[in-house]
Structure formats: C-alpha cells, structure tokens
Design a protein around this ligand. Structure first.
Ligand SMILES: [Zn+2]
Length: 217
C-alpha cells in the first residue's frame, strides 16, 4: 500500500483504457505514456518505461519528484518524463499529461501540418489549433525543449512531428477526454481533406469566445 495508490490507480486506468482503444498505436507495445501531478505536492505519478499496458500493475506506476528522483515504482519512469515535467513547469494549471501514438493525429505528424479548429466542443476543450512540435529523438532533452517552446499558445493538444500527440488537461480525466476529441478532430479533418472540397473552419469570433471561456474557468 502507498498513500499515492489513488493517483497511481488513475494513471493505470487511463493508460490501460488508451491501450485497449488503440491510442498507443500498437496494443502489444509499451509506447506512449501517462502522468498526473499529485495534489499539493511536487510529485508526479507516471507510467514506467518498457512495460506493456496489459501487464502493468499499480506497483509498476512510478512516483517521481521535480528533480526526477524516483520515490516509488519498481521500474524506471517513462523515457519521456522530461516532456511531462516540461508541461507541468510551464503550465501550472495543467495536472494531467498524455502522450500517444494515435493513428489520425499521427497522419498530421508525418505531413507536418497542424489540425485547425473545426468544431465548437473541440475548440472549447483544446483551443484553436493542435500545433506541430518540431521533431527531436524520443526521450531527449531536445524534445522536451521543443515541447516547452510551443506551450505558450495555451492550447491543450499538440502534434509531435513524426512521432504522435501530446495532450493536456486540468486533470488526468479531462486530458483523457481531450485525447479522444483530438482524435475525432484529426479523423474528420483527414477525411475532409481527402474529398478535395473546400473545408470551412471555426470562425475567429467563436475561437475568441471559447478562449475567453477556457481562460476564465
Ligand atoms: Zn512516443
């Protein structure tokens, strides 16, 4: 038993849902990672490296402090922990971070094109754009720095060039919902582009309206 078991269980439940629903790109791999900021502490709970989600248990979820010192967990934390801590340092309102290899967002990661605002409910939740974070090798300080450089737009989802997606939320369960919304948006945009027809976007007045709502909530 650990006093962080509730937090660790939320991370495990979220990661296994994402894996079961194909958001890590391959159900048999250990790709992708999930974390949350533990309330009233400088600690984060995060999935471990190199462990398939199907076999993951509560004891595998890591607890790490802001200096990346591991407090709990029998495996090392995800190699992408630097990407997660970059978000928590730059965006104090964010308490949950999800990194996926979800298929439709990944299409935009390889054509290196952002996913724009298409629907009211997505714009309210995610912001006006899922912008591109430039490529750097997985798990590197350079990738974490590239993430940091894009967080100033206050949006809640990003496309990692030639890699996948990064999704944020004011708690982990909201980040999970945002992950689904990003995939819906990327899927619709992909299919809309394949029609070759003119695509309409959310009007700027609506984007501004939802931005105001999001920032004041
Ligand atoms: Zn990845």
């Amino acid at each position: 038993m650990s006093r962080y078991d509730d937090d660790k269980n939320r991370v495990l439940t979220c990661a296994q849902w994402l894996s079961d629903n194909g958001y890590f790109g391959c159900r048999l791999s250990s790709g992708g990672n999930v974390s949350l900021k533990i309330k009233d502490t400088d600690l984060i709970a995060i999935t471990p490296t190199n462990k398939t989600y199907h076999d993951m248990t509560l004891a595998d979820i890591c607890v790490v402090d802001k200096n990346l010192k591991q407090v709990e967990g029998r495996l090392p934390p995800s190699i992408e922990i630097g990407m997660h801590t970059a978000v928590y340092e730059n965006r104090p309102e964010i308490k949950g971070v999800i990194h996926t290899h979800q298929v439709f967002a990944s299409i935009f990661s390889v054509i290196n094109q952002p996913v724009p605002s298409l629907f009211d409910e997505v714009t309210l939740a995610l912001g006006e754009i899922a912008d591109i974070i430039p490529y750097a090798l997985s798990g590197t300080r350079e990738l974490a720095q590239n993430v940091s450089s894009k967080l100033g737009n206050q949006c809640h989802s990003y496309i990692l060039q030639n890699h996948g997606a990064l999704i944020l939320g004011s708690d982990l369960e909201i980040a999970l919902k945002n992950t689904e919304l990003l995939e819906k948006s990327a899927k619709v945009y992909h299919y809309a582009l394949t029609t070759g027809k003119h695509i309409t976007f959310t009007p700027q007045s609506s984007i501004d309206h939802f931005k105001h709502l999001r920032m004041s909530s």
